[in-house]
Design a protein around this ligand. Structure first.
Ligand code: AMP
Length: 571
């Protein structure tokens, strides 16, 4: 290993209590991400914090871990409030708390978001959930009803503050800041720092420590082609196998986030017949060196590594770097892709990004000073022709070592079998185990169409869905649940077909499969809270970027019996 990087800080150095450190070990986290290394000690020291960080940087753990360190489980009262713009994020953050608190007996976290029943939320609040993760709208409802208590509140965290302000929640946020006890520690995370966010920080925080992830790493990456494939988490393994079939890979480093993932993926690759091994911080120095040595000597072709373990790795054979999981920051990305294109050779760096992660691309392009090309996943045809090319190459190279003996065997076989040369060759192929994949059916993986614009990718995210506008919004108490009920009952839709719903003051945007004129007419006359929906298509202006569609809501959220919606009698 040649180029050395500064020693990475360890979780154990940050001042976190043992139960949290043990949870991190069991989750396979190896080292803190940049934002964690800075934010955790700051928050543990009791300072307010203003963090400029995006999804994927590890920001959730950056606030969840210090918050958990300060929770007294024996006090059954809400001690921390986390605000997030969307219900998906609220659920995600609540789940993260649960994971990190796995060794804190009696700990409870509650997610509060609109569109779900109040009764269970009242109960859970009464029982004193230690941490509440809420969307601002639903929190405001609870504040009005007095169901959430603030006396024991010690932490207030705003996650994706810029998004909440964009959604028009400035006043609600102010109200929350005013409600929490004055000594509450506050943290605000935002992907961007517009004036609105700064104003909130100035108004409500005590000399917050500001943390920004540095970008702009200068490094010579000219020899590397960067490519992004849009892949859902679910399809990553298949996509990687496909990559190995179509790309001329000599050797590849696959970067993942956790030690556990590095083991699992290496095992799966081995099971699929690849010469693969894991490289992570759990391995002794000696074992790590062995892995690198085997990679150098061609005994291994794929190494599945965590960032730390692959620091400074210098192996000329590495033709490809695969970012199986997006890196935590642009510096890690630059370091990762720099493992290829060494010693004047060219290299390819491929990044698997889920639709939500595509917004990181811009930052990575800035850090590398290069465009990241978007490529569609290889089609079934490309896989088939890749397999054939590989076999043809193998035949050509093996031909050099075949001689009179093999040729004599062929003429004997032709005579014995009475087949034509083509028939014999075809039969030999059928017998040959490694040629079996040539006749295996290949399925197309779901993929986004190729585009070179990271921004366009977002519009694609809702591919197949059309944005519609309906009358009625927050000002007249329209809630997602009755809207979903009405769309299903009168628009002939299934709940899982309904995409993202975005509520504004007077109207609401909703992503749906294209509706027939009949369905539009029928839905338009449906009234909710006395307002007829008057649904109409609402195309996005060119270049506008939308939030991704939300996943299918859990069933219990929306009981199937519609209540608030009724068709208006025809007059
Ligand atoms: P976030 O930016 O908080 O959405 O986190 C992105 C992903 O990184 C989540 O899947 C986390 O579980 C994971 N993660 C966060 N911190 C670490 C870490 N230090 N090591 C490995 N994975 C992490």
């Amino acid at each position: 290993m040649s180029d050395t990087a500064p020693a990475a800080p360890q979780f154990a150095d940050l001042g976190l209590p043992a139960p949290l450190l043990e949870a991190l070990t069991s989750l396979g986290y190896e080292t803190p991400s940049a934002i964690q290394a800075e934010a955790i000690p700051t928050l543990l020291a009791g300072d307010d914090l203003l963090g400029l960080a995006q999804t994927g940087t590890g920001k959730t753990a950056a606030f969840a871990l210090p918050v958990l360190a300060g929770i007294d489980v024996s006090i059954r009262a809400t001690q921390a409030l986390i605000l997030t713009p969307t219900r998906e994020l609220a659920l995600q953050v609540a789940e993260a708390f649960q994971r990190y608190a796995q060794n804190m007996r009696g700990f409870s976290v509650l997610a509060l978001y609109g569109g779900s029943a109040f009764a269970p939320q009242f109960k859970a609040l009464e029982r004193g959930a230690h941490v509440v993760v809420a969307t601002p709208g639903r929190l405001t409802d609870h504040m009005r009803r007095g169901s959430i208590k603030f006396e024991n509140m010690r932490f207030l965290v705003l996650d994706e503050a810029d998004e909440m302000l964009k959604m028009g929640f400035a006043d609600d946020l102010d109200a929350v800041f005013e409600k929490v006890p004055t000594n509450t520690q506050k943290a605000l995370f935002s992907a961007t720092m517009p004036t609105g966010v700064r104003t909130v920080a100035r108004k409500h925080m005590r000399e917050p420590k500001e943390i920004r992830l540095h970008s702009g790493v200068s490094s010579s990456l000219d020899t590397i082609t960067q490519i992004v494939w849009e892949v859902s988490n679910h399809h990553k393994l298949d996509a990687m196998t496909r990559l190995l079939e179509v790309e001329p890979v000599e050797a590849m480093i696959v970067f993942v986030r956790t030690k556990t993932a590095s083991m699992e993926i290496a095992e799966r690759l081995e099971a699929r017949g690849f010469a693969a091994a894991a490289l992570n911080g759990d391995l002794s120095q000696q074992l790590r060196e062995q892995v690198v040595d085997r990679l150098k000597r061609g005994l291994l072709d794929i190494v599945v590594a965590t960032d730390v373990a692959a620091r400074g790795l210098d192996v000329e054979r590495i033709s490809h770097v695969l970012n199986y999981d997006v890196p935590h920051d642009s510096e890690s990305y630059v370091h990762r892709i720099g493992r290829t294109g060494r010693a004047g050779r060219s290299g390819t760096a491929i990044l698997f990004a889920t639709p939500r992660e595509r917004r990181l691309l811009h930052q990575l392009e800035k850090a590398t000073g290069q465009k990241i090309l978007t490529q569609a996943l290889p089609s079934a045809d490309a896989v088939r022709s890749g397999r054939l090319t590989k076999l043809a190459t193998k035949i050509n190279t093996t031909r050099e070592s075949t001689g009179a003996l093999h040729e004599k065997l062929v003429s004997d076989l032709l005579e014995l079998t009475n087949l034509t040369p083509e028939e014999l060759a075809a039969t030999l192929l059928a017998i040959m185990p490694s040629a079996k994949t040539l006749v295996d059916p290949v399925k197309d993986l779901p993929s986004a169409p190729a585009t070179n614009s990271a921004r366009e990718g977002f519009a694609e995210r809702d591919s197949g869905l059309v944005r519609y506008k309906v009358k009625g919004g927050r000002s007249n108490g329209l809630m997602p649940k009755p809207l979903v009920d009405a769309l299903c009952r009168f628009g002939g839709l299934q709940r899982q077909q309904i995409g993202h719903i975005k509520m504004f003051t007077e109207h609401t945007g909703v992503y749906l499969p294209e509706l027939s004129e009949g369905a539009i007419a029928k839905l338009s006359s449906v009234e909710i809270n006395g307002v007829a929906l008057q649904i109409r298509a609402w195309p996005l202006p060119a270049g506008e970027v939308e939030r991704p569609a939300r996943p299918k809501p859990p069933r219990k959220e929306f009981p199937s019996k519609p209540r608030a919606a009724k068709p208006r009698p025809a007059n």
